[in-house]
Design a protein around this ligand. Structure first.
Ligand code: SF4
Length: 319
């Protein structure tokens, strides 16, 4: 059964629902169509991944960039620039020498992460990469195993388990503590580098990494892995969450895994083959628009989804 078929029943008559879906899809297509993806990429962490040509380097830089994607995008990019400068031009080669890499990253800090934590992430990922041939092959193997052994579970739950097992491999190879646990020096920070989707976390950074690797290459996503884009889930940050609520795609108030599933299933009604195709444009629009989540003529001006925004529709009905 596809994600679309599993979508929750929505209120309203079938005719109204079909018309509403068509209107929301049309608005999303306008937003995506008018987005200059390449210009936007220059301000996004994924741009660092595109600087590399070798697949092994791209996978490692993507994992590093997604894992560091906490908070303000400008600050993230500044930190990534410093970090990757220290790592050097061939991250895969650098990760083959754990001691030298750790020495190069000593003194680096980004939020709760230190250079030595990021060295462990890179070393662990590189070992998994070498053993399986690529990170993509390691993830595909985990997903195939979970699909085979847990066929009674929902497709999204199987992706969650495959992602969690994939992270377990990297943690074990790199010597990183499991989510919530402390490292030998008593620090909890390193355990947050790879989130734990099993704990219900929205796992935004892991889903972002997965989207970069899986979605067909479009100037933003790279399409490196042989995994169907149907298996992807939307990485839900505050911008996507706010817009999803304002478009009636979810009523949930948290940034949990469940919310990501609900938004993805709603988006699958518009594109069942590629439900996350609107994610990048919506996220950047949310950043630029500073959405107030209420009708505000000044701040909503130019918002591509205003014709289908629930706040404006309610205001129109009330007037
Ligand atoms: S119209 Fe305004 S409130 Fe609605 S999504 Fe756009 S910016 Fe937000």
């Amino acid at each position: 059964m596809t994600s679309a078929a599993r979508a929750r029943p929505r209120p309203g008559t079938p005719g109204k629902r079909v018309a509403r879906d068509a209107a929301v899809k049309a608005a999303l297509d306008v937003v995506r169509g008018r987005e200059d993806l390449i210009a936007r990429r220059a301000n996004d962490p994924v741009e660092f991944v595109h600087r590399h040509r070798a697949r092994a380097d791209r996978e490692l830089v993507a994992l590093l960039a997604a894992s560091c994607a906490f908070g303000n995008v400008k600050a993230i990019r500044l930190k990534l620039a410093e970090l990757l400068d220290r790592v050097g031009p061939r991250p895969a080669r650098a990760a083959d020498d754990p001691e030298a890499l750790t020495a190069r990253l000593l003194g680096f800090k980004h939020r709760v992460f230190r250079g030595e934590d990021l060295a462990k992430l890179l070393v662990g990922a590189r070992r998994v990469q070498r053993a399986a041939g690529s990170l993509g092959a390691a993830f595909q193997r985990e997903l195939a195993r979970v699909d085979r052994t847990r066929s009674d579970e929902e497709p999204e739950a199987r992706v969650r388990e495959a992602l969690a097992s994939f992270c377990d491999l990297i943690r074990a190879e790199g010597g990183l503590p499991r989510a919530g646990q402390v490292d030998p020096t008593g620090r909890r920070g390193p355990s947050h580098l790879l989130s734990d989707p099993r704990a219900g976390s929205g796992a935004k950074r892991l889903l972002l990494f997965l989207r970069w690797m899986v979605r067909p290459a479009d100037g933003i996503d790279l399409g490196l892995w042989k995994v169907s884009a149907q298996r992807l889930l939307v990485p839900v940050d505050v911008h996507i969450h706010k817009l999803a609520r304002n478009l009636g795609l979810t009523r949930r108030r948290d940034l949990s895994w469940r919310t990501s599933v609900e938004i993805t299933r709603a988006l699958a009604r518009f594109d069942p083959e590629d439900p996350t195709r609107y994610d990048f444009s919506l996220c950047h629009m949310g950043m630029v628009q500073r959405c107030p989540s209420r009708p505000d003529a000044a701040r909503c001006e130019g918002c591509g989804v205003q014709p289908v925004c629930v706040h404006w529709q309610r205001a129109k009905k009330a007037s």
